[in-house]
Design a binder for this molecule. Structure first.
Ligand SMILES: Nc1ncnc2c1ncn2[C@@H]1O[C@H](COP(=O)(O)OP(=O)(O)OP(=O)(O)O)[C@@H](O)[C@H]1O
Length: 284
């Protein structure tokens, strides 16, 4: 569904953020993107919808070559790639419902949205989504009266109102406590399954990535150094991605904090591997 071929990004400052990224994301797959600070995770997510222009390479979403679109066509294509942000990006003075409805801005045109005249079916769908994310009781509340977890639920409902094919999710839990983080990741996962939506989730929390993603991609210094299932992410591979650390102690701590109701991990596959050309403990 989404295909990145030989994508590179060099910022005008000279920083090489991505080198030769090849990735194919099928429909319905939830992919976590992990890696140390500065590895290029945000750049990769933003290249997909061209908030950051890739320097070279090609990005296709189904039949659309995103990297070749003019600005008008890109605006249309962006409707199909909804973003969910770390800081929620809500308008504080607007209500929950108004924030969700703003997900349709790309469809209804400036004046209609300015006058807050959304078609009835859009309002009905927004209400349905607010029910689904557990916020039907709060639709008239101002966004700044909500907790962090509730704000992220609004962000998720707004993204889904866009009727996207792909979710681009940037650190969705970075500002949330551990329990709320799990609830939010579980919600994203369930919604992706319900709608066969693919998602790329940039996430620092490896335990959450393991628990809720179908697939994990590890970036280091702008290169993919691991691509596999959560169960294949060994201590050795974590060291390759992040550098030396006592990962076994870390894993024990993660288990200790996991709630009893935590969903089981995806079944382990035997094919887990470092990226081609990568040796354990080093990068290609
Ligand atoms: N606007 C920019 N201009 C110049 N260089 C940038 C810009 N944005 C990012 N970079 C550089 O690109 C590289 C990758 O940054 P990026 O923010 O994509 O990494 P990240 O993995 O998302 O990091 P973090 O986890 O800290 O958010 C870094 O070297 C960073 O300094």
């Amino acid at each position: 569904m989404l295909t990145l071929s030989a994508v590179c990004k060099r910022y005008p400052t000279g920083d090489l953020a991505l080198t030769d990224i090849d990735l194919a994301l099928p429909r319905g797959q939830v992919m976590a993107l992990i890696g140390p600070s500065g590895a290029g995770k945000s750049t990769l997510i933003r290249c997909v919808n061209r908030l950051v222009e890739p320097t070279t390479g090609s990005i296709r979403l189904n039949d659309t070559e995103i990297t070749r679109l003019s600005s008008g066509k890109l605006r249309e294509a962006r409707r199909t790639m909804a973003m969910i942000f770390q800081e929620y990006a809500l308008v504080d003075r607007l209500t929950v419902m108004e924030n969700v409805l703003s997900g349709r801005l790309g469809y209804v045109g400036f004046w209609r949205s300015f006058l807050r005249r959304y078609p009835q079916e859009t309002v009905t769908e927004a209400f349905r989504l607010l029910e689904r994310v557990g916020l039907a009781h709060a639709l008239d509340k101002r966004a700044d009266a909500l907790s962090g977890g509730q704000r992220q639920r609004v962000g998720i409902a707004r993204a889904l109102l866009q009727s996207p094919k792909l979710l681009l999710v940037d650190e969705p839990t970075a500002s949330l406590d551990p329990k709320t983080s799990r609830q939010i990741m579980r919600l994203i996962r369930e919604l992706c399954a319900e709608r066969e939506l693919a998602a790329i989730i940039n996430i620092h929390d490896v335990a959450l990535a393991r628990q809720f993603a179908d697939r994990i991609v590890g970036l280091r210094a702008g290169e993919i150094v691991f691509d596999g299932k959560p169960g294949e992410l060994t201590s050795e591979i974590l060291t390759t991605i992040y550098g030396e650390e006592d990962w076994d102690t870390q894993a024990t701590e993660d288990e200790r904090y996991a709630p009893p109701s935590a969903q089981p991990l995806a079944p382990l596959a035997r094919t887990g591997q470092l990226a081609p050309g990568l040796t354990a403990g080093g990068i290609r």
